[in-house]
Design a protein around this ligand. Structure first.
Ligand code: FAD
Length: 360
């Protein structure tokens, strides 16, 4: 097969909110980026998140640079509204986006990088890797999980409670997704929320204002200091308007500390009691999926990017947008990627004073 080699002055890998924010920032610096998106639309992973998902931030704090989120700014938009918003944002930017174009590897070239997709080979001096911090579902090594005979699925594959009607389900995890999924499942199933530590709650509206108003007003949201809010290895607390805490207090879902083992389809709890369980939902987080940068040598042994504030410390010209806690508490959110993209792109373009002739 003869492959075309085309020159672009910047390539953005990933067409979700992070990729679009990066493309917008590159345009603002006079570049002509090409966005490569593996899926069929520049709307990121949103359409694959569970059906009932609504944003934890109100519309006014969920927008990308230059285009407000439409509708009542104080409401918490549904997943499908985010998909529609991102599609409209891509139109608004007007950058070329190649969908169904998965990057398979990146190599160092004499003045930049060679980018391989399933169909093309491109050359560029600047790459922004924006394939999300949530591409690789994390499955912890729980005692007995490997031999458990019931259904095991990651929250990434959970859509709605319907298939679990009448079952006993354990949801593992202490974060927002775990609590939301467990509470929703508890309307049709017997649900146990299993956590290693007690669940930590945070009010959605302290002193009558949405938390995101406070974060923005104090500057904590985009300050590196705000990373402390993420709770370190314990993870961010669960945002609650009172609904979830009340559900757990009412036992639907019931909360227990993590089971000590699984045998067949039975879970053993810390007090020695045993229960049959039909399904286990792992709401245990995600890791970035940057395998296409492996050959380049930009990742550490665990597959995590080696960077400072989103700028690669291994390869000049390579940057990242959308990594969790990349620079601040808000880095991997709709409201945070714009500021990160602007910073990363400013640093990438500053060292590239000579422009290459973009492809037409
Ligand atoms: P993604 O949306 O994952 O987009 C990455 C894109 O890259 C995808 O379209 C993918 O197809 C593409 N891609 C991947 N690999 C390749 C490749 N090799 N080549 C080309 N393209 C590739 N944030 C909020 O602000 N508010 C919320 O309420 C909120 N709720 C969340 C709920 C859940 C369950 C999760 C998991 C996250 C939530 N987030 C929320 C966090 C974050 O905003 C989302 O995860 C968001 O989808 C991240 O956007 P992204 O563009 O960084 O990554």
């Amino acid at each position: 097969m003869i492959r075309r080699m085309t020159l672009f002055d910047a390539v953005v890998i990933g067409g979700g909110q992070s990729g679009l924010a990066a493309a917008g920032a590159l345009q603002a610096h006079g570049r002509h980026p090409l966005v490569l998106e593996a899926g069929g639309a520049p709307t990121g992973s949103w359409a694959r998140y569970y059906d009932s998902l609504t944003l934890f931030s109100p519309a006014r704090h969920s927008a990308l640079p230059g285009m407000p989120f439409p509708g009542d700014p104080d409401r918490y938009p549904h997943r499908d509204e985010v998909v529609a918003y991102l599609a409209a944002y891509a139109e608004h930017l007007g950058v070329p986006i190649r969908t169904r174009s998965r990057v398979t590897s990146v190599q160092q070239a004499s003045d930049g990088f060679t980018v391989h997709t399933d169909a093309d080979t491109l050359h560029t001096p600047i790459i922004v890797a924006a394939t999300g911090g949530f591409g690789r579902p994390h499955r912890p090594d729980l005692p007995g999980l490997a031999t458990y005979t019931g259904t095991v699925l990651h929250a990434a594959d959970y859509r709605s409670p319907t298939p679990f009607s009448g079952q006993h389900v354990i949801v593992v995890g202490a974060g927002n997704s775990a609590v939301q999924i467990a509470t929703e499942l508890a309307t049709v199933a017997t649900v146990t929320l299993a956590t290693r530590q007690p669940v930590r709650w945070f009010p959605q509206r302290p002193l009558g204002r949405d938390l995101h108003w406070w974060l923005k007003t104090t500057g904590l949201d985009t300050s590196p200091l705000g990373r402390l809010l993420a709770g370190g290895h314990r993870g961010a607390p669960v945002l609650d308007d009172g609904r979830y805490r009340a559900a757990v207090a009412a036992g639907a879902p019931r909360h227990r500390l993590m089971f000590t083992g699984l045998h067949g389809n039975t879970a053993t709890w810390t007090d020695g009691s045993r229960e049959d369980v039909h399904a286990i939902v792992l709401a245990t987080g995600y890791r970035p999926d940057l395998g296409y940068l492996h050959e380049l040598g930009a990742l550490d042994a665990d597959g995590r990017p080696r960077h400072r504030g989103g700028v690669s410390i291994t390869h000049p010209g390579l940057g990242y947008v959308g990594l969790e806690l990349q620079r601040s508490f808000a880095s991997a959110t709709l409201r945070g990627v714009g500021a990160d993209a602007a910073r990363v792109v400013a640093r990438l373009t500053a060292r590239r004073t000579s422009q290459v002739e973009p492809a037409r």
